[in-house]
Design a protein around this ligand. Structure first.
Ligand SMILES: NC(=O)C1=CN([C@@H]2O[C@H](COP(=O)(O)OP(=O)(O)OC[C@H]3O[C@@H](n4cnc5c(N)ncnc54)[C@H](OP(=O)(O)O)[C@@H]3O)[C@@H](O)[C@H]2O)C=CC1
Ligand SMILES: O=C(O)[C@@H]1CCC=N1
Length: 312
């Protein structure tokens, strides 16, 4: 166990590049209007998504009575979990009983391992769970039914589909309430995910579709950034210049969307002068089938969720 104590194109004239240091990933959460307190919480699988959810529980304005226990498989991954006085980190590599130890007396148990690992993990922890535990799944595709069958009948289950901007309090999480979870338990899980962004409650039948939009969505955005950066480099900008141009433009445009609250189509219209240059670029993107591509891409993500649900 590690109980946290220490934390761990060439030739073209350069446009001005700023060398701002990257912002700290953990200081951007909006302030809570009321103090938040949660019961003892275990996070099994503190990887990319698990650590993003964990960021909410580590906020200075949040208290977790009884503390937080986080587990990973490897000791090296455990070392990437941020240090915090109320957080204990275990790896199954150094302690094969790490998950059982972590869930003992925990009221909230977040399952953040890969979908194909879920069944084995549930069998491992089921005997050690508190009778009134709420198990929260982050796993894509794995149904509430799989969880409910594998766990004692007194244990409630909620299915969550968060996304990685949760790490900086800008996440979007879909939540589906299992049939054994009371409204009070569901409200507690909702409050937990509200620590890291917006929450949309949906019936379980909509979770895969939601996942294809907001769960995977950050990857679509980063892919667009990568592609526009490649286009900039192909036009002769240096990689550094291209990163400034593209990152600055996408971040600025996203902030404009947020701050104005305007319809994105209207914001696009303001860039697209009649008979101007943008009009030609948008025409090419449209004729290239971007809308159809997004439909097909999200359909493929939904189809993969169904495969994961069937265990493949
Ligand atoms: N990444 C994303 O954007 C999203 C992911 N999800 C879901 O979140 C889950 C995790 O995905 P992601 O965070 O990307 O994956 P990662 O591989 O980053 O995280 C998985 C974590 O589980 C740990 N782990 C593996 N086996 C065990 C075990 N037996 N006991 C305890 N911990 C274990 C891994 O440790 P180690 O690294 O040492 O092997 C790792 O820390 C998946 O089910 C995915 O569907 C949901 C929404 C979005
Ligand atoms: O790619 C995945 O399977 C997970 C679920 C949504 C985002 N990442």
């Amino acid at each position: 166990m590690r109980t946290s104590a220490t934390c761990s194109a060439g030739g073209r004239a350069s446009p001005k590049t700023s060398s701002k240091p990257p912002p700290s990933p953990r200081n951007e959460h909006p302030a809570l209007t009321t103090p938040h307190s949660f019961p003892t919480t275990a996070l099994l699988g503190a990887g990319s998504m698990g650590q993003a959810v964990l960021a909410g529980l580590l906020r200075p304005d949040v208290t977790v009575e009884g503390g937080i226990r986080a587990t990973t498989r490897s000791a090296s991954r455990a070392a990437t979990v941020p240090e915090h006085p109320s957080l204990s980190v275990y790896s199954t590599e150094t302690d094969p009983r790490a998950n059982q130890v972590a869930v003992t007396d925990a009221r909230i148990v977040i399952v953040g391992v890969k979908p194909y690992m879920v069944t084995d993990l549930l069998a491992e922890i089921a005997p050690s769970l508190a009778p009134d535990a709420i198990v929260v799944s982050l796993a894509a595709g794995v149904t509430l039914d799989v969880f409910e069958r594998a766990l004692p009948s007194s244990v409630a289950v909620v299915r969550a589909m968060p996304n990685t901007p949760s790490l900086i309090g800008k996440g979007v999480t879909g939540l589906a309430q299992g049939k054994r979870a009371s409204d009070e338990q569901f409200a507690l899980v909702t409050a937990l995910f509200e620590l890291v962004g917006d929450v949309v409650a949906v019936p379980e039948g909509e979770i895969d579709a939601l996942s294809s939009i907001s769960g995977s969505g950050p990857a679509y955005f980063f892919y667009l950034v990568e592609q526009l950066t490649a286009a900039a480099v192909a036009k002769g900008f240096t990689p550094s210049q291209a990163a400034t141009l593209v990152n600055g433009t996408f971040i600025g445009a996203a902030a404009l969307l947020e701050h104005t609250g305007e319809d994105p189509a209207e914001l696009r219209r303001r860039v697209t002068s009649p008979k101007g240059t943008t009009e030609q670029a948008i025409r090419v993107l449209s004729e290239g089938g971007l809308e159809k591509l997004f439909t097909e891409a999200t359909d493929a993500a939904v189809a993969r969720s169904k495969e994961l649900a069937s265990g493949s």
